[in-house]
Design a protein around this ligand. Structure first.
Ligand SMILES: [Zn+2]
Length: 377
């Protein structure tokens, strides 16, 4: 109820009813289909008030009731309430180094279209914009969807793209303008790793968890922090940049201007150089965790700092390296030997489960939450 605003005009009773309706719709939009009991828990409304509002909204066609996909533990089947899936759609786009992915979802949180197209990022702004527009266009037309109901677009971009250089900012502004013109909706930009953090919370290995640290281990090292189901962006937009936490004052100077950054030890190309194995051999090695034990130890120290600072207990590892068998367990082993007992007792390190299109799905979560302004502090 904390976000409900009481509208002006009408009788006080009517104004409260409208505020309650808005809150119910907001919760359904952000959380997806919920049972009546879950709606009571989420909104804090009384059973009588909630049931009356649900009745009105069902009659108006704003929400629908359908059988829950989960089998009832006992007794009669449970039904769930969701926003009308036909009412509008939201889009998550991910621009990766080698592909552009698009996921379209309805307001009932169902994925209704997805495409992934090979794409080389080293292109001009014009080509990137056209690639993204084409991919969104294909996702809609191949599935017979209407652009008329397109409600929000979130675009996931690689870190360097998001304003680490002036060129990056220009590229983003240009892309925003062109996508806005093409679809009539101004897109919101967010970095890919942070979007995966949101996607894992809503759909993946952190489902049911409201607070987590996501670590992306791939060509680069990144991360995302979710607190109270909100993505933490930070006052300068750089929260979660774990790759640029220094782990050695004597380490190499990093492209970011820092020294001894974690990324300079743990990015795939760095691991390959430090161990002397080509990346493919390294990733396929049954004793990978042993070969890179020292680097995993460095990662664990950075993660431990975040767990302490933010009071977190769940760590999700994603990216190509984060998903290799044994890596999560090795991070957990290192953590166990260095964190305070109150963290050690309950900390969990899990591999991400969404894989491809994880950022695009995170874009869906952000879109449904009302864009960056609604989910960030
Ligand atoms: Zn750095």
């Amino acid at each position: 109820m904390s976000d409900a605003r009481v509208p002006s005009g009408g009788s006080p009773l009517r104004r409260f009813r409208i505020a309650h309706e808005r809150e119910l719709i907001r919760v359904l939009r952000v959380r997806g289909p919920l049972t009546r009991q879950e709606l009571i828990d989420e909104t804090g409304l009384s059973r009588t008030t909630l049931y009356a509002i649900i009745g009105e909204l069902l009659e108006a066609g704003a929400i629908v009731e359908s059988p829950s996909r989960e089998a009832p533990r006992r007794g009669r089947p449970v039904s769930v309430i969701s926003l009308d899936p036909r009412s509008s759609s939201v889009v998550g786009v991910e621009i990766g180094r080698t592909h552009i992915g698009v996921v379209v979802a309805n307001l009932a949180h169902e994925v209704i279209a997805s495409v992934s197209q090979a794409f080389e990022l080293e292109r001009t702004a014009d080509e990137i914009a056209r690639g993204a527009i084409d991919a969104v266009h294909d996702a809609f037309t191949e599935n017979g969807l209407s652009f008329g109901r397109l409600d929000a677009i979130v675009i996931g971009i690689p870190l360097f793209f998001g304003g680490t250089s002036e060129g990056g900012e220009e590229l983003q502004a240009d892309l925003g303008e062109r996508i806005g013109q093409a679809f009539g909706v101004q897109p919101v930009f967010e970095n890919n790793a942070r979007l995966v953090a949101l996607a894992e919370m809503q759909f993946g290995s952190a489902a049911g968890v409201d607070d987590l640290l996501y670590v992306h281990l791939d060509e680069g090292v990144g991360g995302g922090i979710v607190l109270g189901r909100r993505l933490i962006v930070g006052p300068h937009g750089r929260a979660g940049e774990l790759g640029h936490v220094s782990v050695s004052a004597e380490g190499p100077v990093c492209w970011c201007g820092g020294r001894g950054c974690l990324e300079r030890y743990l990015a795939l190309s760095e691991l390959s150089e430090r161990t002397g194995f080509p990346i493919a051999d390294l990733l396929g090695a049954p004793d990978l965790a042993d070969r890179i034990d020292e680097q995993i130890g460095l990662l664990a120290r950075v993660v431990a700092g975040q767990l302490s600072a933010l009071d977190l207990r769940v760590v999700i590892l994603g990216g190509v390296l984060g998903n290799v068998d044994g890596v999560a367990a090795r991070v957990a082993d290192h953590l166990a030997s260095i964190v305070p007992a109150y963290i050690r007792e309950s900390v969990e390190v899990r591999a991400a489960s969404l894989g491809a299109l994880g950022s695009a799905r995170g874009g869906i979560v952000l879109s449904l939450a009302g864009g960056a302004s609604a989910v960030t502090d």
